[in-house]
Design a protein around this ligand. Structure first.
Ligand SMILES: [Zn+2]
Length: 159
């Protein structure tokens, strides 16, 4: 087995395993190798394969010392992840938790810190609520012993 670092035409980099260098050539030629992030079949190696004889004019003296960067021009980096099964399950659980909270808890918006505090002191009946609190408000609640939980954001829900 041999591993290659590959890049698609959008600049995503990923690692792939092949039984041999020839198998890699064959599979990319038949467009069987696709980018796991965007599905593009236009993939190539990001590093030069060592000691592969070429018949083009790269045999010129000095050319081999400074090989041009192979592959596409990289795009500005964005966070990406290839998720294994446990992470996928976790993502689905977070999604389910957020959905459950939205459907079953009372949305109290910016009154959240106040409501949470009143419930903690028994001034109003205990129920499930959710809403917004600043980092300082959440910290203050925690210091008073009010149990509040931040709802995790999924990366694609940011902005
Ligand atoms: Zn891609």
């Amino acid at each position: 087995m041999i591993s290659f670092t590959l890049a698609c035409d959008c600049g995503h980099e990923f690692e792939s395993w092949f039984s041999s260098s020839a198998a890699f050539e064959q599979q990319t030629k038949r467009r069987l190798v696709t980018c796991p992030m965007c599905g593009s079949a236009k993939v190539g190696k990001t590093v030069m394969a060592p000691a592969v004889a070429r018949t083009d004019n790269r045999t010129r003296k000095g050319a081999a010392e400074t090989p041009p960067p192979a592959g596409p021009v990289p795009q500005p980096a964005q966070p990406h992840a290839v998720l294994g099964e446990p992470e996928r399950q976790l993502r689905d659980m977070i999604r389910a938790l957020r959905k459950h909270v939205a459907e079953n808890a009372d949305y109290v918006g910016r009154k959240f810190p106040e409501e949470a505090r009143q419930m903690h002191h028994g001034e109003i009946e205990h129920r499930s609520i959710w809403g917004e609190a600043s980092a300082e408000e959440a910290k203050a609640l925690a210091e008073e012993g009010v149990e509040v939980h931040p709802l995790p954001l999924l990366p694609d829900e940011r902005n």
